[in-house]
Design a protein around this ligand. Structure first.
Ligand code: ADE
Length: 253
């Protein structure tokens, strides 16, 4: 059982992604809890202000510290009232954070409670990062309008690793990125479509040959598309054959 609390100024953005498919089923099955909170509810002034001008001047607005601190305090207290231990990690989604990776998702899936802060505008008051946040995560080297989509990405990637959320746990172990290789190609019926035939080995019923073919395809794809992954992948001695076939040898004079 794992709990996610998302703090955002756009809670309505989360309607949808968490209400369908795997995540919806996981929530209904009681495997995960996802709560979305409006930071604006924790702003105490008449206009519920969540941002202000940057000290020192400059373009854009900065998200104020007090509503975010108060929102996290509220979430911690609510979680404790509901029987959670109160050991929540506080993660800020920001382009200056640690690049997200399957390994980080695996690490986070072992935690009990994550509080996610979605940043906006030119950023969040640094005191939030210094004194409240335990981890800063970026989902890639590109800039989005806010941390909401990154928070959804993180919740999705972590929640599917929580035991029971995916039906078949073996599909996790086999998974491309986890093993360090890209996934092999998949096919389903019809066996011939517009004249394009499914590789015959997949119809052969020879499980050993199928496994060999899939491994070769995974190696081949990784070699051509993501050679950076291949450098770090855990390879077997038997992988040398399909790999050597792909290597373009220099012509001998
Ligand atoms: N906020 C804006 N862009 C982001 C990114 N790439 N990752 C995480 N948070 C962000």
């Amino acid at each position: 059982m794992m709990r996610f609390d998302v703090l955002t100024i756009f809670p309505e953005m989360f309607r949808g992604p968490f209400d369908v498919s795997v995540l919806k089923r996981a929530v209904e099955a009681g495997l995960i809890t996802i709560r979305v909170h409006d930071i604006r509810d924790f702003a105490t002034d008449r206009h519920h202000t969540t941002d202000d001008y940057p000290f020192g001047g400059g373009a854009g607005m900065v998200m104020k510290a007090p509503p975010i601190f108060d929102a996290v305090t509220y979430v911690r207290e609510e979680a404790r009232r509901e029987g959670w231990s109160g050991n929540a990690d506080v993660i800020a989604l920001t382009p200056v954070g640690r690049p997200f990776h399957q390994r980080i998702a695996q690490e986070l899936a072992k935690r009990e409670h994550l509080i996610l802060i979605c940043g906006h505008y030119e950023g969040i008051d640094e005191r939030v990062h210094e004194h409240l946040v335990t981890e800063e995560i970026s989902i890639g080297d590109y800039v989005l309008t806010g941390g909401e989509l990154p928070a959804m990405v993180l919740v999705d990637a972590v929640a599917r690793l929580v035991p029971g959320v995916l039906g078949a746990p073996e599909s996790l172990a086999e998974e491309s990125i986890s093993s360090g290789l890209l996934e092999y190609p998949q096919y389903t019926r019809p066996a011939t479509y517009r004249g394009w035939r499914v590789p015959s080995v997949l119809l052969s019923g020879n499980h050993q040959a199928i496994a060999r073919w899939r491994r070769a395809m995974a190696l081949q794809r990784t070699y051509w598309r993501r050679p950076d992954l291949l450098l770090r992948a855990v390879l077997a001695r038997s992988d040398a054959d399909p790999l050597s076939e792909m290597v373009v040898l220099p012509e001998v004079q």
